[in-house]
Design a protein around this ligand. Structure first.
Ligand code: TYM
Length: 346
């Protein structure tokens, strides 16, 4: 049963290798949510070009992310899978939000600071305005729920602020156009479960990320069983056995990370994992984690490569998704343009 008033939107950037963090923090949860909501899952290619992308590589990557959604179990017929650039409402609404969001709000975004690094002057304007586009992605569909990993929490808060400011700034016009007072909903971040922030295998205090120069720091969704096993066996740990309680994980970042990954893959929680493995040596636990990870990821990896070998099928899913997404988003845009005061013409 889907909830008629609720709609899920989420996006993943096509910028290189998808990894276990993307899977556990986002894609696995996309699959779970489709039972209860109408969902749109978007390959956010407009976001990708905020940093340089080689065009041929970008194309490959867009299809690969779409393949990952489908291989993980997203239903591209019942729900909507598409790439962002094919629905013009994203860019249009982002422009309007550029005029709603305040510089001060964007100046607080930690991800821009991290990504721009020391050479801020040389970062693209798009990278700076990125969170406004993300708000547009969600609000073009007036989506109410957004499954993401913890690193996106601040961007979601900004989207909520933009929605609220738009509703306030234009309250009179919203009413005059006969539209609901809360024209844009406050989108809820869905950040729950044991692996909302999967950490690097080389450093338990750093996020697992596709931009980490060390391939050993992450499990890619394209890694085969041998690579997965080697990376988990080499993952950094401390010398103590696994703790007995969840409380004790707080001071053990590497143990916390591996237990969280195990719990997420096994659809359980850290307490249940420690009830089984608390007090065990890492070597035994790591072997169990290898077995579980390979069992869960290999079918997805295999299906991804099957799908990528047939780009025609992926492209058909994307085209149909973009058509259906456009119907929803263009209605929002019609209303938004009326609210803002643009003249429709004859
Ligand atoms: P992106 O492409 O960096 O990541 C895609 C999803 O994966 C999650 N994620 C993680 N979760 C747990 N542990 C990790 N180490 C980890 N690394 C990444 C991210 O939180 C995200 O959910 N700005 C977004 C894409 C986006 C979007 C949107 C998301 C654009 N528009 C609208 C939701 C709604 C991003 O760069 O995600």
């Amino acid at each position: 049963m889907t909830n008629a008033h609720a709609r899920v939107f989420s996006g993943v950037q096509p910028t290189g290798n998808l990894h276990l963090g993307n899977y556990l923090g986002a894609i696995k949860r996309f699959v779970e949510l489709q039972e209860r909501f109408d969902c749109l899952y978007c390959v956010v290619d407009l976001h990708a070009i905020t940093v340089w992308q080689d065009p041929a590589e970008l194309k490959r990557s867009i299809r690969e992310v779409a393949a990952a959604f489908l291989a993980a179990g997203v239903d591209g017929e019942k729900h909507i899978v598409f790439n962002q650039s094919q629905v013009s409402a994203h860019a249009e609404l982002a422009w309007i939000f550029n005029c709603v969001a305040r510089l001060g709000w964007l100046n607080r975004m930690t991800q821009f600071k991290e990504k721009a690094g020391k050479d801020r002057e040389n970062a693209s304007v798009g990278l700076y305005a990125y969170p406004n586009l993300m708000a547009a992605d969600i609000l073009a569909y007036r989506a109410t729920h957004v499954p993401v990993g913890e690193d996106q929490k601040q961007h979601l808060e900004l989207a909520r602020d933009i929605a609220q400011k738009f509703n306030n700034d234009f309250s009179k016009s919203i009413a005059e156009n006969g539209l609901p007072e809360k024209f844009f909903p406050q989108p809820e971040p869905l950040i729950a479960g044991p692996a909302t922030r999967v950490m690097s295998f080389r450093d338990g205090t750093k996020k697992m990320s596709k931009s980490d120069p060390s391939d050993a720091s992450r499990i890619n969704l394209t890694d085969d069983a041998d690579k997965i096993a080697a990376k988990i066996r080499k993952a950094k740990t401390d010398p103590l056995p696994l703790p007995e309680t969840v409380e004790d994980l707080k001071t053990r970042p590497e143990a916390d990370n591996l237990v969280g990954i195990y719990a997420a893959l096994a659809d359980t929680d850290a307490a249940a994992v420690l009830a089984e493995y608390g007090g065990a040596q890492f070597s035994g636990f790591k072997q169990a984690l290898v077995d579980l990870t390979v069992a869960k990821l290999s079918p997805i990896t295999a299906e991804m490569s099957r799908l990528v070998a047939d780009p025609g099928h992926i492209d058909r899913v994307l085209v149909s998704g973009a058509e259906r997404a456009s119907v929803i988003a263009s209605e929002t845009m019609r209303n938004v343009k009326d609210i803002v005061g643009f003249v429709r013409g004859a």
